[in-house]
Design a protein around this ligand. Structure first.
Ligand code: ZN
Length: 137
């Protein structure tokens, strides 16, 4: 009888304490992004009203496009962080989501980018591809 038994792929897990730390950080960051203050509130206001100080100021500065660009960025960040929390719950957090890779993402990288879903090499490849797409537009 083998104590480790079975054919399950045993991979090195992140420390539970580290995962708790990341969960707390992500929850705090999602709350900051979605709590109705700051950019989210500003954009919500902009989308329901085309008058008032805020709109005037936006017109004076760089235009509504910039604000919506920022809002998209915020929404994307909140989504990425939410997805990271889902992976924490599902036990796949901290591992590269590239199906061909699946490597453990170093704690150092996760501390810098808690919602990171790629390991460093895959992240680089992904970013290069994304910026190439942007340039082509
Ligand atoms: Zn990878």
């Amino acid at each position: 009888m083998s104590p480790t038994g079975g054919d399950a792929t045993v991979r090195e897990q992140h420390r539970p304490r580290f995962l708790t730390e990341m969960r707390t950080r992500l929850q705090g960051e999602v709350r900051t992004l979605t709590d109705g203050h700051g950019v989210v509130a500003m954009v919500r206001e902009a989308s329901t009203s085309t008058t008032g100080d805020w709109y005037d100021r936006a017109q004076e500065s760089q235009g509504v496009d910039v604000v919506f660009h920022v809002a998209n960025g915020v929404a994307e960040q909140a989504r990425d962080k939410g997805a990271a929390l889902d992976r924490l719950r599902g036990g796949t957090y901290g591992f590269c989501v590239n199906p061909a890779c699946g490597a453990k993402i170093p704690e150092q990288r996760l501390r810098a980018v808690p919602e990171a879903k790629f390991c460093t090499p895959c992240g680089d490849t992904h970013e290069r591809a994304a910026s190439a797409t942007r340039r082509r537009r």
